[in-house]
Design a protein around this ligand. Structure first.
Ligand SMILES: *Cc1c(COP(=O)(O)O)cnc(C)c1O
Length: 373
């Protein structure tokens, strides 16, 4: 079919800067230095400027960034860690991997994010940490969460994988917690050409600890202070990320413009629930996620008309086989389960045209006008 609209197309981001990226790759190739060198150092300092923290530590991927952030902020076995019931599985995997207990909390069904109000009843004397996930690109209402734990020893570790550049009360996501994690998986708002991630923090002690842990627990070659990991960011990926970071602000604007066209053209479709942005928060639209009636049929109709959509995510963490030991049956988290059954992510990427977005909206409108079957 002509005029297919893919779910994600990298060309709008990558084509205009291809020669710049290739030059950066060639520079690493010619330098003959591939692990923990100047490229990683440079990207770390550039990302710190972008992300509003004193320190950035480049690591292997987002899951490892979450794990290192939790370890460095002192989360240990049997500690309780509060996490959204509708997050991507990686947030929960990170908690399990350090032996802590994930305590799932339902999101607001319109913003898709957890709030101080939804968190409060789940705080116990074992709560060590809250992990706000700025899902789909929208910042959680962070000030209220900070206020909630004021005067306690509970810490915040943000999962900022989907929302680089989002703000709440003019403060950028990834700068609120004691240690925070982000991912540069290719499809994220800032993506490498492979796996990559980072921990961001204002604490020198935590930055040092993460630097040590990512490199075998070693500060000095062949001397190991603690039992660490190999969770390093490659020079090649760092060099690519440095190039792409310069364009991230303009890509975020492009995402927000695309989202505003969707919001305008879908406003009158009663069968569609649109994403809501909370007061004082911004949305970078990593994903444009709507809730729909008769999803499977709509998805099929769109696909038959050349429009690719996705579901983020079809199975909430507590219903995954890996977490069957938690004994959380169907019905335990109705909001997350409901979302999993009704959410649909529409095509959105820098470079998508307004006529492409209008085509998607027209198809959705037509589907429901014709009875939604
Ligand atoms: C992508 C993602 C991660 C994991 O990042 P990887 O780099 O794929 O390991 C963690 N949390 C959220 C919310 C994500 O979207």
């Amino acid at each position: 079919m002509i005029n297919n609209i893919p779910f994600l197309d990298f060309n709008g981001m990558h084509k205009p800067i291809k020669s710049e990226i290739m030059q950066a790759i060639e520079q690493v190739f010619d330098s003959n230095w591939f692990v923990l060198g100047n490229q990683v150092k440079q990207f770390e300092s550039e990302y710190s400027v972008f992300g509003g923290t004193k320190y950035t530590i480049g690591v292997s991927n987002g899951l490892d960034a979450l794990r290192l952030a939790l370890i460095a902020s002192g989360v240990k076995e049997n500690d309780e860690v509060i996490v959204p019931s509708n997050t991507y599985i990686a947030t929960v995997l990170a908690i399990s991997s350090v032996g802590a207990k994930p305590v799932l909390v339902e999101p607001n069904p319109l913003t898709y994010n957890i709030t101080a109000e939804s968190i409060a009843p789940y705080i116990t004397d074992k709560t060590k940490c809250i992990m706000p996930v700025h899902l789909y690109g929208q910042s959680c209402e962070m000030q209220e969460i900070v206020n909630l734990i004021e005067g306690t020893s509970i810490q915040i570790v943000e999962d900022n994988a989907q929302s680089q550049g989002a703000v709440c009360n003019n403060k950028i996501t990834g700068s609120w917690g004691i240690a925070n994690a982000t991912s540069f998986y290719p499809g994220k708002n800032l993506g490498a050409l492979g796996d990559a991630g980072a921990v961001t923090t204002n604490s020198e002690a935590i930055a040092k600890r993460v630097e040590t842990l990512r490199n075998y627990g070693s500060n000095k070659k062949y001397y190991n202070d603690e039992i660490g990991y190999n969770m390093r960011l490659d020079e090649l990926q760092a060099a690519v990320l440095s190039v792409k970071l310069k364009y991230l602000p303009s890509w975020i604007v492009a995402r927000q413009e695309a989202a505003s066209i969707y919001l305008k053209h879908l406003a009158n479709v009663n069968e569609v629930v649109l994403p809501v942005t909370a007061k004082n928060c911004s949305h970078t639209y990593h994903l444009f996620v709507i809730q729909v009636k008769n999803r499977a049929k709509l998805q099929e109709f769109l696909l038959n008309n050349g429009v690719q959509t996705m579901i983020h995510y079809p199975v909430p963490p507590h219903l995954q086989k890996a977490y069957s030991y938690l004994n959380l049956k169907e019905g335990s988290f109705p909001i997350a389960e409901n979302l999993a059954n009704s959410m649909l992510s529409l095509p959105l990427f820098p470079g998508i045209s307004s006529s492409q977005i209008e085509k998607v909206c027209d198809l959705i409108t037509r589907f429901y006008k014709n009875g939604g079957r």
